[in-house]
Design a protein around this ligand. Sequence first.
Ligand SMILES: NC(=O)C1=CN([C@@H]2O[C@H](COP(=O)(O)OP(=O)(O)OC[C@H]3O[C@@H](n4cnc5c(N)ncnc54)[C@H](OP(=O)(O)O)[C@@H]3O)[C@@H](O)[C@H]2O)C=CC1
Ligand SMILES: CC(=O)N[C@@H](CCC(=O)OP(=O)(O)O)C(=O)O
Length: 347
Amino acid sequence: MQKVKVGIVGGTGYTGVELLRILAAHPQAEVTMITSRSEEGVALADMYPNLRGHYDLRFSVPDSAQLKTCDIVFFATPHGVAMSMAAELTDAGVKIIDLAADFRIENLTVWSKWYGMEHTEASLFDKVAYGLPEYYREQIKQAQIIANPGCYPTSTMLGALPLLKNNLVDVNNIIVDGKSGVSGAGKGANVAMLGAEMSESFKAYGVAGHRHLPEMKEKMAQIGGREVGLTFVPHLVPMIRGMENTIYATMTSEMSQAQLQELYEETYKDEPFVDVMPAGSLPETRMVKGSNMCRIAIYRPVGSSQVVVTSVIDNLVKGAAGQAVQNMNILFGIDETMGLQQVALLP
Ligand SMILES: NC(=O)C1=CN([C@@H]2O[C@H](COP(=O)(O)OP(=O)(O)OC[C@H]3O[C@@H](n4cnc5c(N)ncnc54)[C@H](OP(=O)(O)O)[C@@H]3O)[C@@H](O)[C@H]2O)C=CC1
Ligand SMILES: CC(=O)N[C@@H](CCC(=O)OP(=O)(O)O)C(=O)O
């Protein structure tokens, strides 16, 4: 089989370099173009020395004629950029994976409200699939544009959807307590992300409303079949990579801890990137650092009608670049785990 020719728009950010790290070890993919307007002409390895010896490429400015020579283009760019090039590229037969949010939310009135811009490409939505393979695999196989999910939605939905799909909880009041490492804010993040500002400190943000909330609500309703009342509070924790979401809901079923454990194990038994931890254990972010795994635990706290699920991912891998490569593999009929078998870094 010929290698898949890959273009990356926006190669200088954290998700761009993470795509490059993963694709360097992918036997069926070849990165042929990578763009940056600010770093035009700079060799990849000069900017990211971890890539020395892996690529003989330089950043070039985004050029649609050249991008059309690729089989697939990843957009590791701010919101709004993929939308501006998607029609031209898909007309030329190129597949697209957007790591930003341009195609994540189908209700475009909601999208515009949260992203503060008009959506100009409503007509492309019949080519789009939401790139959470564990729940949208069949749609992904048929799609030309993949909306790679946000990091908080990936971890939260993998943790919560078995409860919603099986109608086990009160959907009016689900609470998601999210925590992310600072790389989630991107390389161009502001002074609040400096070591001296965020180290030895811990804070909530986006309490009044975070843009991942409407994404989760729309997809949870699609999969679970009912509107969900969701409170989502993200927190910034002083670590570089990693994300943990703790999900709280009230049971409407009598299922025991052991039955829930069995349900989760059964739900994800064939999923290569979801690990339901053994009963009584808890996942930590370092158990997934650098890997495409999501690890989950489920608990029924003693004497309570609550159920608590904890879910961890690496925000840059299963939360962004790793999931994007997983989606590429599905789109091209490649083994879904190809290039994604990195074991987490410990310690
Ligand atoms: N960091 C994370 O954990 C996650 C990030 N994401 C999303 O992935 C996307 C990329 O994130 P991240 O890697 O952190 O991003 P950065 O903001 O660090 O990098 C953005 C990249 O996009 C390029 N770029 C910016 N504007 C344009 C434009 N108008 N046209 C073409 N290229 C442009 C920049 O290069 P230049 O300006 O030189 O062209 C740069 O290479 C974002 O949408 C982010 O929200 C998704 C999930 C998780
Ligand atoms: C710590 C931090 O700031 N995290 C980012 C979310 C990560 C991300 O980039 O999400 P998108 O894919 O939707 O852009 C935030 O809360 O805005």
